[in-house]
Design a protein around this ligand. Sequence first.
Ligand code: PMP
Length: 380
Amino acid sequence: MSGLARTLGAINLGQGFPDDPGPEPLRAKAADAVLNGYNQYPPMAGLPDLRQAVAGHYARTQGLDLDWASEVTITSGATEALAAAFLALIEPGDEVIVIQPFYDAYPPLIRRAGGVVKLVGVRPPGWRFDRATLEAAFSDRTKLVVLNNPNNPTGVVLPDEDLALLAELCVKHDVTAICDEVWEQVVFAGARHRPLIAYPGMRARTVKIGSAGKMFGLTGWKVGFLCAAPELTYSLARAHQFLTFTTPPNLQSAVAWGLDNLPDWFADMPLGLQRARDRLSEGLRREGFAVLASQGTYFLNVDLAASGVGEGDRDFCLRAVHEAGVAAIPVSAFYEEDPVTSVVRLCFSKRDEVLDGGIERLAKARDLSIRSNAPYSARG
Ligand code: PMP
């Protein structure tokens, strides 16, 4: 969709990256570190300054007591952290539970590591799992469960009871949780991020993954964090050693500085994004769209069927980009089985004029879709 948006000159509400350039002092620190700092291989587990800053940040913001020296590893983005976790912890034939819609990197990485993906589907409007479905996915071959919370693409921040249920089942079945929490700082009023690692029995069986790119709205930086008990960290670090070995030292030292010195950023950034979310959802509602709740991330979803649009998400997105000049993502792309086909994901971390233009164009796409008597892909 981003490729099509570029080719067609469309407004891109598809891919998740902010228009805001990110905190200026942080970018200045990175520039200074490139010019005047150390530019050779940093230690394999990451700069001690950054590992300490990560442990300190999670102590302040989530009440966690991580030992930076034995429980924190720096990776080249959350993507490398995920790959390292799967390569380190999966033996061929192990089952890995994945909740769909999922972040698209999970199934291919799990399969490359020899794992067997077991899917659990959740559906709109609440996108919550229930005890029976979740329990049915566990077997005596289950090794890992992957949790993405706050969730991309649904925008859900899971409530305490769902996390407690997942923790209970992980403990009961002796399963390790891979927790992709890259959106932990992007949570809006009324919701609270709770790390699964803090739940009873989970301290030694959770790999918590974070991303400085998401924390500071600098998605290209690719500085990630793997946090886990020492025994898990030992295996994770071995996998990281042969994936990338290290992560650029100048970005690491800038992120360390940012975590220790920019508390206002973490308070202000979600407020700005919440205003953008509200601008997009109110505009879309005015134009007749049924907008689903978004409690966190850069994303909100619209339900096409409930918006009077009969065509599926993929057709609607193709029509929107080709005929109305706006790119969005069909949520069925985040499923492998039994997809939800009437929901479209939109990114709101954009300037007001981009959001307003997007609303106008999505309204046009909705009108064209309602007036047309065939799905976009079926036209001659
Ligand atoms: N996990 C999720 C759920 C994401 O949304 C993203 C980025 N869109 C990532 C992982 C990748 O993070 P990074 O850029 O730090 O590799």
